[in-house]
Design a protein around this ligand. Structure first.
Ligand code: FES
Length: 96
């Protein structure tokens, strides 16, 4: 179950009450086998800050698309170990 607190913080809570927030991170586009570190370095060298441009040139996001919000978050923050659930996704899209 995914909860959003009054402060807008997203918490991932199991049915038994265990808090798994921050327990997982997404670090790669699995379809293109590229790490977010590689993608970020490539993007910064070229002054690129949009997921669409990364997708056009590197293919990340072109296949299953699951990495798109994670890449958006990475480009905006510089964080390459993006926590799950992705902070770029509205809590309403994550609710059970
Ligand atoms: S994980 Fe990036 S397109 Fe599938």
């Amino acid at each position: 179950m995914i909860l959003s607190t009054a402060a807008g913080e997203i918490r991932r809570i199991s049915l038994t009450g265990a808090d798994f927030t921050g327990a997982m991170a997404v670090t790669h586009c699995l379809c293109e086998r590229k790490s977010f570190g590689e993608v970020l370095e490539w993007a910064r060298e070229r002054g690129i800050d949009s997921q669409e441009t990364v997708q056009l040139h590197l293919g990340c996001g072109r296949h299953c698309g699951l990495c798109k919000p994670f890449i958006e978050y990475m480009l905006a923050t510089g964080v390459t170990d993006v926590p799950w659930p992705c902070p770029a996704l509205p809590a309403s899209t994550l609710a059970d």
